[in-house]
Design a protein around this ligand. Structure first.
Ligand SMILES: Nc1ncnc2c1ncn2[C@@H]1O[C@H](COP(=O)(O)OP(=O)(O)OP(=O)(O)O)[C@@H](O)[C@H]1O
Length: 329
C-alpha cells in the first residue's frame, strides 16, 4: 500500500507559494527523508498531510485515507513528532507517555514505550523539565509511537541535538523502520538523513527538485571533480585545448595554475595529456571530487545548474509548474 501520496499538492499564503504542485508517492515500510532549507515548505506539506492546514490545490492521501475527509482515521494511525516539541516541565516522562497512550485509545505499557526509545523506568519517574534535549526528543518520539502507528512523521527531529543526540535519533528511526513502520522525516541537513533513508525528496522554495535514493543522488553528482594542475611554466596557452575536451568546463588559468571542472571520469587523463602534449612540465595535480553534501549545499543555496543535475528524476516538474501557474489563490 502507498503510505503517502500527494497529487499536485499546493499551498499559497497570499502571494507566496509555500508548496507548489507536489507529487509524491511513499511506499509502506519506506524511510523517506524530506529535505530542504528553512522555508522550503516542509512543515507546510506535513501540515497538509495531517489536515492542520488545507491545500490551495491538489490532494493527498495518508495510509489510503483522504487527508481532509479521513483526518480522524489518519490521526489514529499516524504518530507525529512535531517541530520544536516542548515538554510539560513538571510532569514526569511516564505521565507524558500515559497521556499519549490515552489519546490514541491504546492499551500499552508506558514502560515498554519508554524502553523502546531508550528511557529507563527511573528516567520515566523524573519530571521532564529536567531532561536533556536528547531525552526530550526521545520522550517526544515515545509519545509519537503510542498506539503503534503505521506511519511516523517527524518534523526536523534533529533540531537542537548535539552529534550524540543526532546519532541516537538515527538509531531510533532505524529501529522503527525494522519494525516495519513507515517513517517520513524532514530535515534541512542531508547528513542527518543520509544514513537512514531509503529515498529522499529535496524541496526548494516549494518545488520538488530531486526525488531519488541516496545512491541515485550520488550517481547524479558522481564523476564531477575539480582538477587543479600546477606546472613549471605559465598555463594560459593550454586553456583552449583543455576546454575543448568533451566533459570539461570552467577552465581557468592563473600563472602556473590551471583549474578545470571535469564531469566525466574518462576526461581526467585527457586533461593531463593535453597539458603535457603542449610541452608544459607538470609539477602537481590535485583532484577534488564533488561530494553529495557539497552538491546539496550548492543546490539549496540556489544553484540552477546543480538543481538541473539532481532534478533528472523529477520528470514532471516543469509541467507541474505550468499546470499550477494559474487558478490558485
Ligand atoms: N501560516 C502562514 N502564513 C504565511 N506564510 C506562511 C505560513 N506558514 C508558512 N508560511 C511560509 O511558507 C513558507 C514555507 O514554510 P515552512 O514552514 O513550510 O518551511 P519549512 O521548510 O518547514 O522551514 P523550516 O525548516 O524553517 O521549518 C515560508 O516562506 C513561510 O514563511
Amino acid at each position: 500500500m502507498t503510505a503517502i501520496r500527494t497529487d499536485g499538492l499546493t499551498k499559497r499564503f497570499g502571494d507566496l507559494t509555500a508548496v507548489s504542485g507536489l507529487d509524491l508517492e511513499i511506499e509502506e515500510g519506506e524511510v523517506f527523508g524530506f529535505l530542504g532549507p528553512n522555508g522550503a515548505g516542509k512543515s507546510t506539506t506535513i501540515n497538509m498531510l495531517l489536515d492542520f492546514t488545507r491545500p490551495t490545490a491538489g490532494s493527498a492521501t495518508v495510509l489510503g485515507y483522504d487527508a481532509q475527509t479521513g483526518s480522524d482515521e489518519i490521526s489514529q494511525r499516524v504518530g507525529i513528532l512535531p517541530e520544536g516539541f516542548s515538554v510539560y516541565d513538571r510532569l514526569t516522562g511516564r505521565k507524558h507517555i500515559e497521556f499519549a497512550i490515552q489519546t490514541k485509545g491504546a492499551d500499552q505499557s508506558p514502560d515498554d514505550l519508554l524502553a523502546r526509545v531508550g528511557l529507563s523506568p527511573e528516567d520515566g519517574d523524573r519530571a521532564a523539565g529536567g531532561y536533556s534535549k536528547g531525552m526530550r526528543q526521545r520522550l517526544a518520539t515515545g509519545m509519537a509511537l503510542a498506539g503503534d502507528p503505521d506511519l511516523l512523521i517527524m518534523d526536523e527531529p534533529s533540531t537542537g541535538l548535539d552529534p550524540t543526540g543526532i546519532n541516537e535519533m538515527q538509531d531510533l528511526v532505524r529501529a522503527e523502520a525494522e519494525r516495519g513502520t513507515t517513517v517520513f522525516f524532514s530535515s534541512h541537513i542531508l547528513e542527518h538523513v543520509e544514513s537512514v533513508c531509503d529515498r529522499v525528496g529535496i524541496l526548494r522554495a516549494g518545488e520538488l527538485i530531486a526525488l531519488d535514493t541516496i545512491d541515485g543522488l550520488r550517481e547524479s553528482v558522481g564523476g564531477g571533480a575539480t582538477m587543479t594542475i600546477t606546472a613549471a611554466s605559465a598555463l594560459d596557452g593550454v586553456v583552449d585545448a583543455v576546454a575543448a575536451i568533451d566533459g570539461v568546463s570552467n577552465v581557468t588559468a592563473t600563472g602556473h595554475r590551471l583549474e578545470a571542472f571535469v564531469e566525466r571520469p574518462a576526461a581526467k587523463p585527457l586533461v593531463v595529456t593535453t597539458v603535457a602534449d603542449a610541452g608544459v612540465e607538470l609539477t602537481d595535480l590535485r583532484i577534488e571530487e564533488t561530494s553529495l553534501e557539497s552538491m546539496f549545499t550548492t543546490l539549496i543555496e540556489g544553484d540552477e545548474a546543480a538543481a538541473t543535475t539532481l532534478a533528472g528524476d523529477v520528470e514532471s516538474a516543469p509541467d507541474r509548474r505550468v499546470a499550477n501557474a494559474g487558478g490558485d489563490e
